[in-house]
Design a binder for this molecule. Structure first.
Ligand code: SAH
Length: 224
């Protein structure tokens, strides 16, 4: 690495530390493993080049194809709610930029990130590979149906607004596993945690949120 690259790397690291303090710790994110993963993952690498300056912005940022990289706080909150442990197998629905998949891989999870838009999936896969996140796998497809090939999952995290918890996710979830998803209308959702206990789903609602719509068979464009 050249010296100016090192200087940039330090600047980005400092920016992530500030982001973690001001946006995450200040709003109540407590899980140290989540905080260290977010400080470790080079978020700017997942931004389109013209958006790099917005890498640590406190909101969602466009990544092309009318999609966004989620707000850092929403990523931290949902990953915290997922209570992921090293070695767990996690399905991420709506991989987008690949950033959240990197955070989960950094925490030691084996991640299957499914993304509907091929151009985004290809870009995410290339970035994850370049950064050496071998535990993050990107698949092109309709994640509203889950991804049966790698099931069952210890956890399922959904990064797009779902009209309901998809039956496919419930089916592909291990006993004791949890689903974290924004569930609600197209314009407003509630961050929902559903745990599988003796085959039954125990559902709890967290804060309100706004995500881009989940499309596909169990999403918003089913047969309309
Ligand atoms: N986790 C992402 C945020 C992506 S935004 C990140 O860290 O950048 C939500 C993504 O869900 C979009 O990229 C959108 O294309 C995708 N999406 C919407 N419906 C989907 C579906 N049925 N299956 C897979 N991906 C879907």
């Amino acid at each position: 690495m050249r010296e100016d690259d090192n200087a940039h790397a330090d600047e980005y690291l400092n920016a992530r530390r500030r982001m973690a303090e001001r946006q995450l710790v200040a709003r109540g994110i407590k899980d140290e493993r989540v905080l260290s993963a977010i400080v470790a993952v080079p978020r700017h690498e997942f931004m389109p080049p013209e958006r790099r300056a917005d890498a640590h912005f406190d909101g969602a940022v466009p990544i092309g194809e009318a999609q966004t990289i989620s707000q850092p706080y929403m990523v931290a909150l949902m990953v915290e709610l997922l209570e992921v442990e090293p070695g767990q197998r996690i399905l991420e629905v709506g991989a987008g930029s690949g950033y959240q998949a990197a955070v989960l891989a950094e925490m030691g999870a084996e991640v299957y990130g499914i993304e509907l838009i091929p151009a985004l999936a290809k870009r995410a896969e290339a970035v994850l590979e370049r950064l050496g996140y071998e535990q993050a796998h990107i698949i092109i497809g309709d994640g509203s149906k889950g991804y049966a090939k790698a099931a069952p999952y210890d956890g399922i995290i959904v990064a797009a607004a779902a009209p309901a918890i998809s039956p496919a996710w419930v089916e592909q979830l291990s006993e004791g596993g949890r689903i974290v998803a924004p569930v609600g209308s197209l314009h407003h959702q509630v961050c929902t945690v559903a745990r599988k206990v003796k085959g039954e789903m125990k559902v709890r609602e967290d804060i309100g949120c706004v995500f881009v719509p989940l499309l596909g068979e169990h999403g918003w464009d089913r047969g309309v």
